[in-house]
Design a protein around this ligand. Structure first.
Ligand code: 13P
Length: 249
């Protein structure tokens, strides 16, 4: 049985004061799911100070493909580890589209995260045009394959996958639970079809989160689907009440 996991992606939101109120609110009540927040880099120390010793994890929204060196503006995985990060998002569609991250870049980032003991949350998802052209499985399959090829089966068993249809992010347009379940089942099937004997086991254990306009009023239905193991939450993760409601859905 896979435990439900609900991760908040704050994106480029927050301030010391707003985060303190949000984190205190999240800490104040128990949630049925495991919870984590992915904060902007400058606030990781605040997350560490506020959440250490609680059941709530924290992480970053991106990581460098490099470990150290002359890479101005980049943040390396060992640095994230020093701030107690358990997770790091890799390949979010906003990174892929605004920063030109390729499937290969995303796979390297996942590898760097794992090398520093972090859990990469690998994001995949199709655009509306790709969905309408019937390319959803081809797109997410290709995005997943790049990561599968870059990792050992042991490493693959340590990642979290997130399906985020680009057309559902921040639009208020959620995939129906059936649409999301179909893609999650496809992704799990792709993982199980690997040549190594361990593939089926890795596929069965892999947490696959859904992201894209998840709100308190649609989370329970999405999370009731057999291959949806929780959510990656944007807007609704910025309000403690909503985030906790999703964590209890
Ligand atoms: P919204 O929940 O705001 O649609 O964002 C989803 C997302 O991109 C999480 O990573």
């Amino acid at each position: 049985m896979r435990q439900k996991l609900v991760i908040g992606n704050w994106k480029m939101h927050g301030s010391l004061a707003a985060n303190a109120a949000l984190l205190d609110g999240i800490k104040a009540a128990p949630a049925r799911a495991r919870l984590a927040v992915c904060a902007p880099f400058p606030y990781l120390a605040q997350c560490q100070a506020t959440l250490a010793g609680t059941a709530i994890g924290w992480g970053a929204q991106d990581v460098s493909t490099e470990v150290r060196g002359a890479f101005t503006g980049e943040v390396a995985a060992p640095m994230l580890a020093e701030f107690g990060c358990a997770y790091v998002l890799v390949g979010h569609s906003e990174r892929r589209s605004y920063h030109g991250e390729t499937d290969a870049t995303v796979a390297t980032k996942a590898l760097r995260a794992l090398e520093s003991g972090l859990t990469p949350v690998v994001c995949v998802g199709e655009t509306l045009a790709q969905r309408e052209a019937g390319e959803t499985e081809a797109v997410v399959g290709r995005q997943l394959a790049a990561v599968v090829e870059a990792l050992s089966i042991d490493q693959l068993g340590k990642i979290v996958l997130a399906y985020e249809p680009v057309w559902a992010i921040g639009t208020g347009k959620t995939a129906t639970s059936e649409q999301a379940q179909a893609v999650h089942a496809y992704l799990r099937g792709q993982l199980a079809s690997g040549s190594a004997a361990a593939s089926a086991d890795v596929a069965a254990r892999m947490p696959i989160l859904y992201g894209g306009s998840v709100k308190p009023d649609n989370a329970a239905e999405l999370f009731s689907m057999s291959d949806i193991d929780g959510g990656l939450i944007g807007g609704a993760s910025l309000k403690a009440e909503d985030f906790l409601a999703i964590g209890n859905a």
